[in-house]
Write a protein that binds this ligand. Structure first.
Ligand code: ZN
Ligand code: ZN
Length: 179
């Protein structure tokens, strides 16, 4: 098994390779990254955000139509929300093996700090790995340094390390292709 990452055209360009490498190292599985073919749906004009649930529906439709069974993460630039939350960094739906992450609130520029590609790569890595691991069955973790900790703020995201705590690491399913 391997994991697909789809990189939308508006997402920060040139970061695909390091993000892919980092995520693969965290989850211990091969990862492929390619240009996003999924239709971006769910944009709400009044909020200038995308409804993450609608976008997951769009990924679901793509996966069914193209017989994609492996877990799939879509990286978009547009800000995401879901019903009941003013924003989300990302969202995963395990039942369809699909997840989405937004880079909107992961850049220093969003917080009026000087831009830094390494910061952005680290944050997309942690958020991306977090959502993919939900697709592999992992839940949230109370260890604030673990990738599976649920961050509510950028500082909480930055406090996490690019790795799983031992307890979460033990829950990652064995990769069938490596057996
Ligand atoms: Zn989560
Ligand atoms: Zn953990």
């Amino acid at each position: 098994m391997h994991i697909h990452i789809f990189w939308d055209t508006l997402s920060p360009f040139g970061l695909q390779a390091p993000v892919k490498r980092n995520i693969s190292a965290i989850i211990g599985m091969p990862v492929t990254v390619s240009d996003n073919p999924v239709r971006i749906m769910g944009y709400v004009d009044g909020r200038k955000q995308i409804d993450a649930q609608v976008l997951l529906d769009s990924i679901h439709a793509f996966k069914r139509f193209n017989d994609v069974e492996e877990p799939l993460l879509l990286v978009v630039r547009q800000d995401l929300f879901k019903n009941g939350n003013s924003f989300v960094f990302g969202l995963a739906r395990e039942s369809i093996g699909a997840a989405v992450v937004s880079t909107a609130r992961l850049s220093n520029e969003y917080y009026d700090r000087p831009g830094d590609d390494d910061d952005l790569i680290d944050r997309i890595t942690k958020e991306g790995a977090h959502e993919i691991l939900h697709l592999l069955g992992l839940g949230h973790c109370t260890n604030p340094e673990c990738v599976m900790f649920k961050p509510d703020t950028l500082d909480e995201l930055d406090r996490k390390k690019k790795m799983l705590c031992p307890a979460c690491h033990d829950q990652v399913p064995e990769n069938p292709s490596l057996e």
